[in-house]
Design a protein. Structure first.
Length: 551
């Protein structure tokens, strides 16, 4: 954290004074409230103290200051001098560097102008090119490159600074390359450039050039366009700051290759302009979704989904949409499994594939209910069974009854979605899904997240999940989404929450006494994320055909 920004965030005003310990922000003490400007905060490391020793005398580190102000998200200062490291003494090279015609000719063979060699003060020792490293005008390192064969060595115990650092002018960006020849080449393209001193695998230069690199808002990495060059790029950007680093991809292996192949400066500028940032893959601009947004508007059926079996419910929900989770709740006997029969049959009539996970009922018994609903009669002969099954040929059912472990269930649904294109899944019920975890509620939340992320969003599935009411729910209570058993995160994660209420005989008699018909069951829409509408739909029930009809 920048110390000045921190002081501004506290609303403090101060004057900057030079003390023996460095630059300090002087102000009135925020703790003893004295009118004297006795309080000082180091603008280098955030250390503070009040000079009124008898009356106050508070002092400490930047972390201590944040704690005293009640700040929980503690941060270190940008220039963190609280970390101690023993100073290292480096040896200064004592060499003479003249350059002759052979060295100039060798460099020209690599596309390097004689003028460029002069600017970078390139020298020569016998068959070795001398790349001289300067820091604040002082020679601190020399790296040697043999002109006859590709061999390198550097001065012993020399400071590992960036090559060409003193030649970088007043600019807010810099290009970092992987070798001195590349540095000379990029310089001829007229871009501010430095080279790392000893290959991409060595990142020791980051520490030594930390302060030098802080002034650049953008850092362009132009390492060799091969596996070795790209290998350590993640560590470099993590340390220098992902928000300001960009990766330049050149048309050839390195900058010197581009120079030798006469790639124009406009092409290099284009590569810089198109350099890829290191943003998290999930961080995107709103405009990145333009195509998907247009697809939704061009396909309104995606906003509405397929109609529910009932006009009033469709009017509220607008339909069953892809990639959503609907929670069905209601006390025992309210008709959850039965009404879901109508939902499934309606889905099948829309020519979409559905998967039933009926863990509370044997598959054959569930299908008997389904066929009864299709034929609208309580007893069927063999021909009618065969005929009705043909109507639901796009229905799949999981041959399990009782408990099933959540990973196994998700694997089955995943398979059905991939092989058979299943788009609707009915899980009846959550109580029968064995979810492992120390915390039951966290485990249920994780299961719902698994359904949403691994299945719904991946395959465009709409999942209907039956969740029973909590135990304290009474038969006479009108249901709400907070009455769903288990973690509140279940209904928070859901797109739709539907709760069924079976009207009691007493309520029916009271309604009849008041002169109007009474419904057998009421379906409450308690959550509708896509459209926001809530409401209720009243139903009558036919026990012979086991079907619900809107009142």
């Amino acid at each position: 954290m920048d110390i000045r920004n921190f002081l501004q965030q506290q609303g403090w005003s101060w004057a900057e004074k030079q003390r023996p310990s460095g630059l300090v922000a002087e102000m009135t003490c925020p703790f003893c409230k004295s009118k004297e400007k006795s309080f000082g905060v180091s603008l280098r490391d955030g250390a503070f103290s009040c000079l009124r020793l008898n009356e106050c005398g508070v002092k400490g580190s930047f972390i201590d200051l944040q704690k005293m102000l009640g700040i929980r998200d503690l941060q270190l200062p940008d220039n963190n001098s609280m970390i101690y490291r023993p100073s290292i003494k480096y040896d200064k090279p004592k060499v003479k560097s003249d350059i002759n015609a052979n060295a100039i000719k060798w460099l020209q063979g690599r596309g390097i102008w004689e003028a460029t060699s002069g600017v970078f003060k390139i020298g020569q020792r016998q068959d070795w090119i001398m790349f001289q490293y300067f820091k604040n005008g002082e020679l601190v390192n020399v790296k040697y490159r043999n002109m006859k064969e590709k061999k390198f060595y550097s001065e012993k115990n020399a400071e590992p600074v960036l090559y060409g650092r003193d030649l970088v002018g007043d600019t807010d960006y810099i290009v970092i390359v992987e070798g001195e020849i590349d540095c000379l080449s990029m310089s001829q393209y007229a871009f501010p450039v430095v080279s790392i001193p000893s290959g991409a695998n060595d990142t020791g230069w980051i520490e030594h050039e930390w302060d030098f690199l802080q002034r650049f808002k953008k850092i362009y990495l132009c390492l060799d366009n091969d596996t070795a060059g790209q290998k350590n790029i993640e560590e470099i950007v993590n340390r220098l700051g992902r928000w300001r680093c960009y990766n330049i991809i050149l048309p050839y292996k390195d900058v010197n290759d581009c120079l030798m192949k006469d790639v124009p400066d406009t092409k290099i500028q284009e590569c810089i302009d198109n350099a890829k940032g290191f943003d998290p893959p999930t961080l995107m601009k709103a405009s990145d979704f333009e195509e998907k947004i247009n697809y939704i508007f061009d396909h309104p059926e995606k906003m509405y989904g397929i109609n529910t079996p009932w006009d009033k419910l469709t009017k509220i929900l607008k339909g069953w949409r892809e990639s959503e989770l609907t929670i069905w709740s209601g006390r025992n006997g309210s008709g959850k499994s039965t009404i879901l029969n109508d939902v499934v049959y309606n889905i099948l009539k829309h020519k979409e594939n559905a998967l039933i996970v009926s863990l509370e009922m044997l598959p054959e018994k569930y299908l008997k209910w389904m066929l009864t609903r299709i034929k609208q009669k309580s007893m069927l002969d063999k021909d009618e069974v065969h005929e009705a099954l043909k109507e639901i040929k796009n229905l799949f059912i999981v041959n399990l009854n009782g408990q099933v472990e959540s990973p196994e269930l998700c694997n089955i649904i995943d398979f059905a979605a991939r092989k058979y294109g299943v788009k609707h899944v009915i899980i009846d019920s959550l109580m029968k899904v064995e979810i492992n975890g120390d915390d039951k509620y966290d485990a249920q939340k994780n299961f719902c997240n698994m359904i949403i992320e691994r299945l719904n969003k991946k395959y465009g599935i709409h999942t209907h999940l039956v969740a029973h009411p909590r135990k304290s729910f009474r038969d006479t209570d009108r249901p709400d989404k907070v009455d769903v058993s288990g973690s509140g995160d279940i209904t928070n994660l859901a797109d739709n929450v539907l709760a069924l209420y079976r009207v009691t005989d007493e309520e029916k008699k009271k309604n009849e006494k008041n002169g109007y018909d009474s419904a057998d069951m009421i379906l409450y829409v308690k959550k509708n994320r896509e459209w926001g509408y809530e409401g209720k739909v009243e139903f009558n029930f036919n026990p012979d055909t086991k079907t619900f009809s809107e009142v």
